[in-house]
Design a protein around this ligand. Sequence first.
Ligand SMILES: Cc1cc2nc3c(=O)[nH]c(=O)nc-3n(C[C@H](O)[C@H](O)[C@H](O)COP(=O)(O)O)c2cc1C
Length: 332
Amino acid sequence: MYSIVKPCLFALDPEVAHDLTISSMSSYGRVFGARAPICGRAVQIAGLHFDNPIGLAAGLDKDGQAVSGFSRLGFGHIEVGTVTPKPQPGNPLPRVFRLLREQGLINRFGFNNAGIDALVRRLKEHPYKGILGINIGKNKDTPNESAHLDYVHCLEKAAPVCDYITVNVSSPNTPGLRDLADASRILDVVKPVLDARQKVVNRRHARCPIFIKLAPDFSDDDLNKVLEALVAVEIDGVILTNTTLDRSGLTSPHRVEMGGLSGSPLSQRAEHCLQVANITLGGRLPIISVGGVMSADACKQRISLGATLVQLYTGLIYQGPRLVKDAIRITR
Ligand SMILES: Cc1cc2nc3c(=O)[nH]c(=O)nc-3n(C[C@H](O)[C@H](O)[C@H](O)COP(=O)(O)O)c2cc1C
């Protein structure tokens, strides 16, 4: 089926194709309802039970419009967002580009989203039985000195309608955001969020786990320093990685576009980060691997390299929704 749909989608401008996908998945979900995750290799982390280790990465369904539709693919977890306190339009168009030769994408969306209040209204009492995550960020016009207030605001509103929160300090498309992930500063955001977590419960009326999503562009040393800082404050898990700024080895015409690169060209780097983190952490924190996972075999490989969960985004666009079921089966 996707072999027919894909050429049609790829004939469209990438953002038009994206919007069409979201509206189709949203309608699909409205007609057929949410489904429970496919049972695969079950995973227990941070007090959450995942029926299988395969999840939807943040950024595809930023406003949580199509959770029921995406649930029908069988995911064990779905992460929506990134959401910010106030709605914001994101960067001017065009802001997403296909790198066909390399099976990659470059995007510079810049956290376009309808804001936390709209997301919470939509997800309230959502019937999805799998694990639902909300990825939170700061508004573009919030200075880094007060960024923690944006994250705390989103956490307080989002926790009651989801199962876990991801603190996103890794998008390259909000100026200065990645500075918040520096080992010397990361706790300026993370500590207030962990403190605020004490006062909220998640949608299952339980403690709300906090994950953090990091960029792939750290040196090994810097990554290790950040990880040690996160272990010390008892964060619940680390998502590795967001998109990269690196452009090595690309030949596609769009390689010069500004933004974050995802898909196949990111896989080696994301695997490297996973390996480094796995050695450093030695099981002290679960690792959720994302970045260039383009096949079911690659999912299996990430788990064998120490990932507890694996998330998909660009792989779905190039390989289609079958990838989810294949990945669940092969990782069983
Ligand atoms: C178009 C696009 C938009 C994205 N938006 C977000 C986002 O809002 N928040 C986030 O944490 N990650 C975002 N990501 C990053 C993905 O969640 C993922 O970390 C990254 O794309 C690497 O995985 P992949 O190679 O499988 O796509 C986005 C990625 C793409 C391609």
